[in-house]
Write a protein that binds this ligand. Structure first.
Ligand code: THU
Length: 160
């Protein structure tokens, strides 16, 4: 028997004031995108902004449906939009912010398991690590150097 321990390292910044200008701008872009969330069922808004390798940025948000399982997370809607709008261009960074109807979210909300899988696919597809920048509505910021750090033992094309 062997026991394994998987570690994941990320940086915590107490506020966006401590961030580099580009990361701060990406969070701001995500906050703008959050306002366009279509979330009439959960009222939980998620905003995402992508920093593309060609210098462009792209914002997106969650996109819900009355048939609940069809709701699309902000990360997935934005990554799919980027693949269509900027074919062949890698994503370098992805910022995520959230807004709850119930409380002020004061700690970073991490992407759901499905979104982690989709982020890993984007990394595998392009060979480019995606920096993940997380913040709630207010409060500290977490930065992961790559999406794969958020999904240890990920499923991937190598198993097929
Ligand atoms: N949501 C996201 O957009 N990203 C996540 O990683 C988790 C959840 C959305 C889906 C749904 O519209 C709302 O948040 C509540 O779950």
């Amino acid at each position: 028997m062997k026991e394994h321990t998987l570690q994941c390292t990320f940086k915590q910044y107490e506020s966006e004031a401590e961030l580099e200008a580009q990361d701060r701008a990406l969070l701001e872009r995500a906050r703008q995108a959050l306002e366009n969330a279509y979330a009439p069922y959960s009222n939980f808004k998620v905003g995402v902004a992508l920093q593309m390798a060609n210098g462009e940025t792209l914002g997106g948000s969650n996109y819900e449906n009355a048939a609940y399982p069809l709701c699309i997370c902000a990360e997935q809607s934005t990554l799919a939009a980027a693949a269509s709008r900027f074919p062949g261009i890698a994503v370098k960074a992805l910022a995520i912010v959230v807004k709850s109807p119930h409380k002020v979210v004061d700690s970073p909300a991490a992407p759901c398991g499905g979104c982690r899988q989709v982020i890993c696919e984007a990394e595998d597809r392009t060979g480019q690590a995606i920096r993940i920048i997380l913040q709630g509505e207010v409060g500290p910021v977490y930065i992961f150097e790559k999406g794969a750090d958020l999904l240890p033992l990920a499923f991937g094309a190598g198993y097929l």
